[in-house]
Design a protein around this ligand. Sequence first.
Ligand code: MN
Length: 494
Amino acid sequence: MTRGASFKDIRFFDTTLRDGEQTPGVSLTAEEKLRIACKLDSIGVHVIEAGSAITSEGERASIKTIANEGLSAEICSFARVLEKDIDLALGCDVDSVHLVVPVSDLHIERKLKKDREAVKQMAVSVTEYAKDHGLIVELSGEDASRADIDYLISVYKAGIEAGADRLCFCDTVGVLLPERTEDIFRRLVKLNAPISVHCHNDFGLATANSIAALRVGAKQVHVTANGLGERAGNAALEEVVMTLEALYNYDTGIDTTNLYTTSRLVSRLTGVLVAPNKAIIGDYAFTHESGIHTHGILASPDTYEPISPEIVGRTRKIVLGKHAGKSSVSIALKEFGLEASDEQLDEIVRRIKDLGDKGKKTTDADLQTIAEAVLGVYREAKVKLDELTVVSGNKVTPTASVKLKVGDQYLIESGIGIGPVDAALHALRRAIADIADIELDEYRVEAITGGTDALVEVWVKLSKDGKTVTARGAREDIIMASVEAMLEGINRLM
Ligand code: MN
């Protein structure tokens, strides 16, 4: 644990719904935005920037709904230094505005086609206007990291004079370095208003720069779930929180055990996948493969884990491949409630390494299949496919019907979809809906080796009541591979 920095009353300003929504390709519905806002509020972020009231009618309706939801967090709208932006924000019932004033000469001259003095005047008059209308004002310097610092400070001072409650320093294009951030913030914290830091991740330094600012006295940090945001994104909520918690031993007050569920929700609703090796929330962040590492983990988890996965609401995963050793296999088996003798373990490891040598990954499903075969505890599948019909073409709605056999009962259902695979999976999920509430969390197709008759591998990740399994189907027919993967997963979950 690093000591020496004393943090106090740090506030988290979450901009997943504003800067995060500016991630290329992301557009959320009002309902999705509300779900994310409620989640962020429940984990304890202090401010939620719900959007930008100037964007559209729909955006305003969505901000207004969030503002009137009765959340504990302060609800904020982005605004430019224009009175009409303040009027639009007021129409959304927000508590505060993130009032953004361009401060670099580049932005002032090229974007606004104005001069420094005129821009400072705009900041002052719009701050006064917002204060007169009862808003909390966070006066934010856009492109501050490329601005003349003396001019920036003069804008901040004029803003404080005009009533600004807080200040914000935006590293709009992500060019700060930690040491430079410290130098700058040592000056800014002397101003007569709390200062926030807003960092972008163009060089992968957003978290480090945010922490640097906080170390020397910044009071608030702008973050987004999963580090979403313009271009390479913003400082990630989960990274900043866990750096403060785990490395500086500072209690942020954020419910860290829900960082992962927050990340999953945001990823699902925005459609932006999290890189598997992403810190804290990536698929591999608590996954161990090599035999030596898993042996260490078995002896004591902290040998190869900086924090235990439960702290962020996750579980440890052991992936088996050609590096698998007996210890990793036996940990993985225990997860399924299986116990193997030494001799049986040798045989299971041999088979896994065999698959690994052929370049194959061993999924949970593979391991279970192998283990059950070796242990002689093969259980018959509960849910079996009896019939499947899929119709697709250029003039028909892709439609599928399935007949499943569960015990001595038959379940028959149909479904439509975007394409034949979607229709088949839809029918399948409807057929089992009555007996189990199973979520399809991920679907992907892998290892299409070329040629229309090549083997297709479909991977699905299913969950039921918090339990997750991955399952695989491998066929020459993508529809059958998909159905096989789903059924495999369903049987494992039931
Ligand atoms: Mn930004």
